[in-house]
Design a protein around this ligand. Structure first.
Ligand code: NAI
Length: 285
């Protein structure tokens, strides 16, 4: 999809990857609405983009559904229509599954999966209504494709996002809306500071607070990809309507191993042709 003159709504766009995507879109001539829970970071992000006539900001917690609708209203009031949704807001919620308590699951799934869902429910009907077509990018992760240890909550949300994206792809194509699952590897960002965003009501039944404090001290590796390089890759994926947007060839062998293991588990039995026909019918619809 072309982006010039179109309007993108980016959640979690005040820092990190979302800001890199915002910068690439602004440079390519799009209007950008940055929605983020961090009010002060919004002002800094807007200043750093240095394109006030193309940029709007709105404070939003993506788990707040009424707030999401109000933020979309604000975006439309400023730029008329929303064409591109980038569901990017996310938090690092990491730790052993044995320590994961309900507040950890609810916070992690609420923001990382629920935030994406709320974006789709709020904004897809608005894109459909104006009839000019559009594009959705859902921010998953490499860990949605190769889940890693100590990240069950995170990987669950990220895998679900890929499932949503793949399932919706055909349906949305029929109404001229593209959709991509963005699965980055390690990127320089503020994600280690996610713990400071955990609300009080998610600090009651948790096994992860100490780990989140430790994570704050983790340095950002110079080997991790820059947010601007990642932003350009997402822009290219939007333009081509890629189903998957990946960043790191280093994960190729791991994905191959995973899928080989899945294929090796396919029952080595004769195919029932009638059943196969029925299955293909289900897949096509
Ligand atoms: P970041 O912390 O730099 O940026 C995330 C932004 O989301 C922040 O500005 C934060 O304030 C905002 N946010 C957090 N919770 C929110 C909420 N409830 N409502 C609204 N905004 C909220 O982190 P990063 O790394 O840029 O993360 C962006 C996305 O990329 C996330 O979904 C993350 O899971 C994903 N990701 C990051 C990778 C990395 O290596 N940095 C790798 C793979 C995926």
């Amino acid at each position: 999809a072309d982006v010039r003159g179109r309007t993108a709504f980016i959640t979690g766009g005040a820092n990190g990857i979302g800001l890199g995507i915002a910068r690439a879109l602004v440079k390519a001539g799009a209007n950008v609405v940055i929605a983020d829970i961090r009010e002060s970071a919004l002002a800094e992000a807007k200043a750093s983009l240095a394109a006030d006539d193309q940029v709007e900001t709105v404070q939003l917690d993506v788990t707040d559904r009424a707030g999401f609708a109000a933020a979309a209203d604000k975006a439309e009031a400023r730029f008329g229509k929303i064409h591109i949704l980038v569901g990017n807001a996310g938090i690092g919620v990491m730790g052993p599954i044995m320590d994961a308590r309900y507040d950890d699951w609810d916070w992690g799934m609420g923001v990382n999966l629920g935030g994406v869902i709320n974006g789709l429910v709020t904004i897809l009907p608005r894109i459909k209504a104006h009839g000019e077509g559009g594009q959705v990018v859902t921010t998953s992760s490499q860990s949605g494709l190769i889940p890693i240890s100590y990240s069950a909550i995170y990987s669950a949300a990220k895998a679900a996002i890929i499932g949503i994206t793949e399932a919706a792809r055909g349906e949305l194509a029929a109404i001229n809306i593209g959709i991509s699952a963005f699965c980055p590897g390690p990127v320089q960002s503020n994600i280690a500071h996610s713990g400071e965003l955990r609300p009080e009501d998610k600090k009651q039944d948790t096994g992860y607070l100490k780990r989140e404090e430790e994570l704050e001290a983790r340095p950002v590796s110079p080997l991790w990809m820059s947010q601007d390089e990642v932003g350009e890759r997402v822009l290219a994926g939007i333009r081509r309507n890629d189903l998957y947007i990946l960043t790191h060839p280093e994960f190729g062998p791991g994905m191959q191993r995973r899928f080989d293991a899945i294929m090796a588990s396919v029952p080595d039995e004769e195919i029932n042709e009638a059943r196969a026909k029925e299955i293909f019918f289900l897949l096509d619809n």
